[in-house]
Ligand binder design. Structure first.
Ligand SMILES: [Zn+2]
Length: 307
């Protein structure tokens, strides 16, 4: 089916306490692995491309691959810009057909982050495309971060409420203890902070840096407002594991497809595992629509995000 926006997907996941997996893709094999796993699991899925992926594959190729695979399946697929760091990048992606944007102004002073996020939202909302924003900072493991630094960069619930009121962003990436590009799964999230943010902003929240977070902590976060979980490092690890194994097993092989096929299979299994963990498996029926909710929503009050 044609691409869908992330608006309804995330709102539904927020209300029904599960999360949509947002998987980063840089090449054809990764795109195929993600879509095949989601299709087999009957899960709505977000394929996202980072600025790095756009530099690597080119914007047309990155967007084109996702559009093609979406047209081949009968589950909802979103094409999302991950960590768009400029207004210009967001507008380029909007024009080429992205169905979900992100402006990450988390490194900027609050007022500047508000101003650019609002500008992106104002334009994207005219054509019905939702925008993810970020407040507080999810740091990167390669920068050698300390626990104190992670804590100091966390999202402030009151400031988050003010931020959403001023910008009209549709979802918010929050810093609650995860770190980007962590190789081991050992971080726990600040669930009390997450609950406070959810109660104050009332819109779907996004977890970045999930690869380094313990599974039980991710589940607790999903129960309390996280509706989109980004997964990149875990998939990259699976991909490279496949390559290495292939080269080791077939040292004289010169056909790269022999290695890439193993990588694709490993990524697919990694995506399947995450989809099941996030509770998004089995949400789409055989006609491509949502199955009725498994749980009735009784938690926080919704609102504030009408376009
Ligand atoms: Zn991120």
């Amino acid at each position: 089916m044609p691409l869908v926006t992330s608006k309804e997907l995330l709102q539904r996941a927020f209300e029904e306490h599960y999360a949509i997996g947002a998987f980063n893709a840089n090449n054809m094999e990764q795109v195929q692995a993600i879509i095949e796993a989601a299709q087999e699991e009957r899960a709505p899925v977000i394929l996202q491309v980072s600025q790095g992926a756009i530099r690597y594959a080119g914007l047309e190729m990155a967007a084109g691959m996702v559009k093609i695979v979406a047209s081949m399946v009968d589950i909802p697929v979103v094409l999302h810009l991950d960590h768009g760091t400029s207004f210009e990048q967001n507008i380029k992606c909007l024009r080429i057909g992205f169905t979900s944007l992100m402006f990450d102004g988390s490194k900027l002073p609050f007022e500047e982050n508000v101003a650019i996020t609002k500008k992106v939202c104002d334009i994207a909302h005219i054509v019905g495309i939702p925008v993810e924003a970020e407040l507080g900072r999810v740091l990167k493991a390669s920068d050698g971060v300390t626990p104190e630094e992670v804590k100091a960069a966390m999202t402030d619930p009151d400031q988050a409420a003010e931020f959403i009121r001023l910008t009209g962003a549709d979802s918010l990436a929050v810093a609650i203890g995860s770190v980007h590009a962590m190789q081991a799964r050992e971080a726990s999230l600040d669930i009390d902070r997450l609950k406070a943010i959810r109660d104050k902003v009332g819109i779907p929240l996004v977890l970045h840096g999930s690869s380094g977070v313990k599974h039980e902590s991710i589940l607790e976060a999903i129960e309390n407002g996280i509706s989109k979980v980004n997964v990149a490092t875990y998939l990259n690890q699976a991909f490279v594991r496949g390559l290495k194994e292939g080269i080791e097993k077939m040292p004289n092989e010169v056909d790269p497809r022999k290695f890439l096929a193993i990588s694709r299979e490993y990524v697919k299994e990694a995506v399947r595992e995450k989809i099941r963990l996030f509770g998004s498996a089995g949400r789409i029926d055989s006609s491509g629509g949502f199955v009725s909710p498994r749980k009735t929503f009784t938690g926080v009050k919704l609102g504030g995000t009408e376009e």
